[in-house]
Design a protein around this ligand. Structure first.
Ligand SMILES: O=C(O)[C@@H](O)[C@H](O)[C@H](O)C(=O)CO
Length: 499
């Protein structure tokens, strides 16, 4: 039931030329003001939540579903209404970007981060992939890809963002998940090949490698040997040289994954009637991707006519969740130079997964990719929401913190981290004012980072959400503070990347 203020607002809309009406209990997102197809639309927030206030006539107005108020409509942010906006307002639909502009994946596990992400990237030479979630994240948060896309599209409308945003079906391994994301209009697909990469090869003896390789069909072996053992690959800026031993290992490690990439491309991408940015992910595996292995995968895809938008190698060292790079930065730089040169040689972008918080290597990534990269973040945006709770609702934070300590081991099944719980200050010894400092300490960051699903889904014996309802209420109440926090944090990422 619309409030009296909402009714007054809609009345004022009918006579005014913009969201002039002010009311203490209505928030007006003025940037959303839109006049199209005979209708005037603007997003508002009342005590009942966010709505699109609509007046006027025409197919757009008639198609929006909502409560009739003072001759206008108060339309909830439903999936159906989002599809109506998509039909009439192109800037509310996701798009593909191709390989020439830097993009940043801004995974939003809560469905409320995109307005802050838009305010962060607006005016920068980078485009946001606002709708980015992996199937793992959907399973852990209980959300759907419809939810993820709805949240991103409504954020573009709310912020009046017209520079374009993307939608990435992230870490997809199964045909049905690829079909699901494509059916919904996702504009980027990240194919996760980790299950086709054979990590056991690295532990084989030379004799066993030889035997496994010799067991491959003769035409396969001769094809690889003629392509990679004859003359050294000529890639400007990349130091690549195959030995027979390295080639045999890489063929055994990546051969099935390359065939998998090609099969998915043939089945789902090659004949699509629209542009989709196809990303290859070989990062979530124990085997670091050498420059030679990267070249092998890239060249095989090239020879087979598989066109990709980006590739995510498993860099040397560790790209763990929510914390800075761990490893030998000099070695990382040497190999990054080759990885970036290989990507440039084949005309796609280097993708940096678990890209959150890798501040020590961002300048190198910006330098060697010449500003054409795809950086993927997600958990760090969740941690900025947790930071808001620590700052504004300490009692809730304390309950969440203790819950994550009790359930941490369970969460390590989903993410590789080297968190040392003993290093985390006991919550009972930390004052309310100091609680946000947990978000600046690596072990606490990873504790809260990977337990997001357990926290958001936790219920008491009566089936009531233990934390989620109060968590979201706090974030809604502090929406601008959250957006500012994202602006600072993701802004630091982009500044160091030169964007
Ligand atoms: O948590 C996930 O499953 C995703 O956010 C995944 O980690 C993503 O591909 C990524 O690298 C975010 O930094």
């Amino acid at each position: 039931m619309a409030t009296a203020s909402a009714a007054s607002f809609i009345s004022a809309m009918k006579s005014g030329n913009g969201p002039a009406f002010a009311s203490p209990d209505i928030r007006v997102y003025s940037a959303s003001w839109t006049e199209a197809d005979g209708a005037k639309l603007v997003m508002i927030r009342t005590a009942e939540g966010r709505f699109i206030a609509a007046v006027g006539s025409g197919e757009l107005y008639d198609s929006l579903q909502g409560e009739t108020v003072e001759g206008g409509k108060l339309c909830p942010l439903t999936h159906a209404n989002r599809l109506v906006l998509n039909r009439f307002l192109p800037h509310t639909k996701p798009q593909a970007f191709g390989t020439q502009i830097a993009t940043i994946g801004l995974g939003d596990r809560l469905g409320i981060a995109s307005p802050g992400h838009i305010r962060t990237v607006r005016g920068r030479s980078v485009r946001p992939i606002l709708a980015q979630q992996s199937i793992r994240e959907l399973n852990l948060t209980g959300r759907t890809y419809e939810d993820v896309l709805d949240a991103a599209c409504y954020a573009a409308f709310q912020e009046g963002y017209k520079d374009g945003f993307g939608a990435d079906g992230d870490h997809l391994k199964k045909a049905e998940d690829i079909e699901y994301a494509l059916r919904l209009g996702f504009t980027m697909l990240t194919l996760d090949c980790s299950e086709q990469i054979d990590n056991t090869v690295g532990n084989l003896s030379p004799a066993d490698v030889e035997a496994r390789y010799a067991a491959l069909p003769a035409d396969v072996r001769s094809r690889y040997e003629s392509r990679y053992l004859g003359t050294a690959p000529q890639v400007e800026g990349a130091a690549i040289a195959f030995t027979r031993e390295a080639l045999m290992k890489d063929v055994l490690i990546y051969g099935a994954a390359i065939d998998f990439m090609e099969s998915i491309y043939r089945r789902y991408i090659e004949n699509l009637d629209r542009e989709v940015d196809f990303e290859i992910s070989i990062d979530e595996t124990m085997t670091p991707t050498s420059p030679e292995a990267h070249y092998l995968v890239a060249n095989e895809l090239h020879v087979r006519g598989v066109r990709i938008f980006s590739m995510a190698p498993r860099f040397c060292g560790e790209f763990q969740k929510g914390i800075d790079y761990i490893g030998d930065i000099a070695q990382f730089e040497r190999e990054l130079a080759s990885h970036a040169a290989i990507a440039d040689h084949f005309g796609y972008k280097l993708s940096i997964h678990s890209g959150s918080d890798k501040f020590s290597v961002f300048p190198l990534i910006g330098k060697y990719t010449q500003g054409r990269f795809h950086l993927k973040t997600a958990g760090t945006n969740w941690l900025e929401a947790v930071r808001v709770v620590a700052e504004k609702n300490p009692a809730l934070y304390r309950k969440m913190h203790q819950f994550t300590l009790d359930r941490f081991e369970e969460a390590t099944a989903y993410y590789h981290v080297t968190t040392d719980l003993a290093q985390i200050a006991p919550i009972g010894e930390v004052s309310d004012a100091q609680l946000p400092d947990y978000m600046n300490e690596n072990n606490a960051r990873q504790l809260l980072h990977i337990t997001y699903g357990l926290l958001l889904q936790a219920k008491d014996a009566g089936g009531r959400k233990l934390f989620a309802d109060e968590f979201f209420a706090t974030l809604v109440e502090q929406e601008d503070h959250y957006a500012e926090g994202l602006g600072k944090h993701i802004g630091k990422h982009l500044d160091l990347l030169g964007k």
